[in-house]
Structure formats: structure tokens, C-alpha cells
Design a protein around this ligand. Sequence first.
Ligand code: ZN
Length: 398
Amino acid sequence: MVPRLPGHGAVPRICDTATRQLVEARPIAVADLYVCGITPYDATHIGHAATYLAYDTLIRLWLDAGYEVRYVQNTTDVDDPLLERAAATGIDWRTLAAEQTELFRRDMESLGVIPPDHYVAATEMIGQVADAVRRLLERGSAYRVDDDIYFDSAAAAASSPWHLGQVSNLDRPTMLELVAERGGDPERPGKRDALDPLLWRGARDGEPSWETVLGAGRPGWHIECSVIAQEFLDLPLTVNGGGSDLVFPHHEFSAGHTAALTGAPLANLYSHTGLVAYRGEKMSKSRGNLVLVSSLTDSGVEARAIRLAVLSQRYRDDWEWTDELLAEAEQRLASWSAWAARGRSAGTSGMLDGLRAALIHDLDTPAAVAAVDARAAGGSAPAEGDLTAINALLGIRL
Ligand code: ZN
């Protein structure tokens, strides 16, 4: 439970990728948040933790501003990388997905991340996705290539309020490069545009598939998020969030599919978190340089220290995880804990106002952490309410 604080904070302003502006993330009534979830084939690394902690901070600010929050996260529990990993390790894909999903949720819990109201798995939404793809075919915003179905970007742009580049602001050569890097198939013969993404993959031997109105097959990735957001939240979302490697093609086309289906935008604000490196390179499964949350906690590192290490970085920056950074966070936690143990001093401290002011400005957690540092290093014990403010807004219980 997030403790309630006196009064209300202001509505946070965060950076919108589509307009490249700092925009007030103001809910219309309820704050509707959709953050893209994991493909469960490798446990939670610090890069994941950083993304979900950024939106955890946003949720805490909405709650503090007096809003109800509805939060949904998908789990891409059927996808090429998961199936490849399952095949390579000889584990059934369902078993692998279930194990890794469980580990991810445990890691999030240990970090004190507020859980979504709904975790929705792709495999729970097969019928809804197939129906959405059928409607796109009927409207001329999708086409078949053999047994597969693709989104027709040009047709969708002509008939909906979306156009290619609306979310990502990228030029075509960059889009082509990213699509090739990130699981797309620009070279496939029969596509109307090399950038058109897969909506539906027809059944293949040895791959899981479901019987649907489209025939046997399985969903593409972008349509999965579009449909889950439509099913569980009110559109436009207050914020659609994820790591910056999701800007293109994933969020661009989730927005495109949604506009083609509903005639309206997916989100009012598209937010992205920076990527985390380790030993000089982006943390990734293929490079084998993952720092897993569970390995750190298993080796005795306090989850609060991991949380503090992440919060000491700006969520939109790319940054590097280092042993020094963790050691610094452990030291900081020890110093804050010693301060918290000093009893209570009379009067108020301005801590709550300081934290609110820092965080509503594009989730400036490093400034918030510095504000607590300054208090903890000063002579006096915490004032009444200081520790509650730190717990509610930074998620660190002292
Ligand atoms: Zn997504």
C-alpha cells in the first residue's frame, strides 16, 4: 500500500516522444497506463527494472495528485524469441514462459514496484486479436501474404488519424534499419511496403497455433498490445510507456493498428525510458551481459539498494550499471537508515514539497534522491512525515 500524504501534489509533466515536448500527463478522469511487458524467456535484468520503476514513480505521482490509476501490462508469452529459447533448451515453451513470468513478478515485488491491475498474456487474447485482424482486413488496412497477414501502413494512414512516423518521428532509412534489427521482415516478397508489420502469423509445423476466424495461426506483437489496451483501458491512454527500443516499430504500429481499428489515437502521451548498459555495451540477452535482479538479491544485495541505484539515474537517459553505482546505493541506504533511526525532530522539514517539486518535473528521481541525501547528512533527525513522504513517493521504506 502506498501511504497517503497530506494535501495533493501537482500533475506530473513528462517527456512525450511523439511531440518531443514536456507534457502534463493529466488524466481525463482516471489515469490509464499501459506499459509493455516482457517476453518471458530470461528473467528480469536491470534494464527491465529501470523501465518499470520509472512508471512506478509516475503512478505514485498520480496517486499523490488524487487520481485513481488503472494500469495494464501485457506478457508476450508466445513469440519467436521465446520459442527459439524453448527449442534451444529443450523446455516446453509454456513451461519456460510460466517460470520466467513468475520470476519476473517476484523480482518486481521485491523491488517494491506497484503491480498492474491486470497482467494480460498474449495467449489469453487470441480470439480478440483474430477478430481485430479480421476487421482490419475488411477495412482494407490489412492484406494476406500466403498464410500470414500484414498491416497496410499506407492504407491505414489514408483512412485514420495515424501516419507512419507519428509516434517515432523517424525517417524512412532509420525505420528500415530498425525493423530489420528488431524482428521485422523488410525483405519479404509480396509485402506492399517493406515496413508493414506482421499482424497474424499463419500456422507453421512445430509452432504453436490457434484455430480462429482467420484460420490457424498466432498473433503479431504490435496488435497484441493494441488489442489489450482497447480491452482493458479507456482510450486514448493517459500514457503508453516502455523502453526506448520499443519506439519503433512497436509503439509506432500499436498506435497505427489502434487508429485503424477505432479511428482514435492510442495514447495522449508516449513515454520511453533509456537503455541500461553493462561493461560498455547495452544490456542484452544476445551479448550475454545481463545483470539480473534475482542474481543480485540471491547474492545478498538488498532490493532497496537496487531500487535506489536505479532511482539515482534519470529515467530517460541511457546509463551504465556498475559495481560502483551499486556500492554507492548501498552506502546511501545505510546513511538514510541511520538518519531514520535518530528519532523525530519537531516541526516540518519541507521534505514533501521538495520531493514533489523534483518528481513532477519529468520524474527527476536523482534530484529527489539528492534532497533526501541533504536532509540525511544534516544534523537533525527526520521530521514527522519525512519518512512517509519518502516511502510514498520513492518507494523506499526506512
Ligand atoms: Zn507493447
